[in-house]
Design a protein around this ligand. Sequence first.
Ligand SMILES: [Ca+2]
Length: 91
Amino acid sequence: MPSPLENAVETLIDVFHKYAAKDGAPTMSRSEILTMFQKEMPGYVSVRNFTLMSNMDMNNDGDVDFLEFIIVFSSLTIVCNQCFVEHLKKA
Ligand SMILES: [Ca+2]
């Protein structure tokens, strides 16, 4: 049985390929990214995330590959951890 951390890694891979596969390419288009955020992260869909989304395509080739996807979600995890730590300090 996979551990929670193993599940987290597998989930990132599964989610990327679930949405990247919609148009048959191994990358995510802008519309696939938007659909992913709306379906997988409805609590995170905001102006900030749309800005984040527009920055996901780091090499400006029009699509988001797996490396770009992982870099963004690593950054998002760092920000969420900072919020979590600040919340713990106030508690
Ligand atoms: Ca790209």
